[in-house]
Design a protein around this ligand. Structure first.
Ligand SMILES: Nc1nc2c(ncn2[C@@H]2O[C@H](COP(=O)(O)OP(=O)(O)O)[C@@H](O)[C@H]2O)c(=O)[nH]1
Ligand SMILES: Nc1ncnc2c1ncn2[C@@H]1O[C@H](COP(=O)(O)OP(=O)(O)O)[C@@H](O)[C@H]1O
Length: 204
């Protein structure tokens, strides 16, 4: 029987660097885990691609997915819906592959209820002023939305105790190294052979 894959959840306030850190981790290793692309009703930002960054949906389509039970979890974040496709997560973990979710705190709570054995990591900013600086510098949101997201950020930071680990994103390199080390340690704790070494042993 194939061992079920681990669910890895990364949360953190808007602009802290979740996307940057995740992309760096995925670009570095011959990844043993898969990224779950979320559904959202948010409009695509310049350069974002449907089916790569998100599956972009209308509100009606999204509400249809909720009714059909197609989402593992979902939440409304600053005026838009975001949710995780349940079929993808189920199929991938059943194949024995770990799945990496990048989701906000309310969704992470729902995942924790369904998968208490998941690995929950909170990415924190060095300071609120640096958080604001990053989100402003990214240049993708209006001033009003940035202010709303900064208010939500305070509430999210207060929830960091719900996570198994808090990693500060001081530099992308440090944050990636810490997250990768946590994942290896948590594989050991769950008595799983690290996928990279499993492959190494299987190879001739
Ligand atoms: N609950 C939930 N949150 C999600 C999902 N996908 C993305 N998010 C979160 O929604 C929030 C807003 O995402 P986005 O608009 O892309 O802004 P960004 O985090 O600033 O890049 C972030 O905290 C994301 O991690 C999802 O499938 N479910
Ligand atoms: N460690 C870091 N130091 C400085 N800037 C960073 C760091 N990590 C990310 N950034 C920058 O901060 C901005 C927000 O990062 P992003 O990955 O989009 O955040 P999130 O996905 O959490 O909203 C981007 O402009 C990114 O280049």
């Amino acid at each position: 029987m194939v061992e079920k894959g681990l669910l890895i959840v990364l949360s953190g306030p808007s602009g802290v660097g979740k996307g940057t850190v995740r992309k760096e981790i995925f670009s570095q290793q011959n990844t043993s885990f898969e990224y779950s692309i979320s559904m959202t009703t948010r409009a695509p930002r310049t350069g974002e691609v449907d089916g790569v960054d998100y599956f972009f949906k209308s509100r009606e389509e999204f509400e249809g997915l909720i009714e059909q039970g197609k989402l593992l979890e979902y939440a409304e974040f600053v005026g838009n819906y975001y949710g995780t496709p349940v079929d993808y997560v189920r199929e991938t973990t059943l194949k024995g592959k770990d799945v990496f979710l990048e989701i906000e705190v309310e969704g992470a709570k729902q995942v924790r209820e369904k998968f208490p054995d998941g690995l929950f990591i909170f990415l924190s900013p060095p300071s609120l002023s640096e958080l604001k600086n990053r989100i402003v510098t990214r240049g993708t949101e209006s001033e009003e939305i940035i202010n709303n997201r900064m208010n939500v950020a305070r509430e999210e930071i207060e929830m960091m105790h719900l996570y198994d680990y808090v990693v500060e994103n001081d530099t992308v390199e440090n944050a990636c190294e810490k997250i990768k080390a946590i994942i290896v340690a948590e594989h050991c704790r769950r008595e799983r052979v690290e996928p990279k070494y499993k492959k190494m042993l299987e190879a001739k």
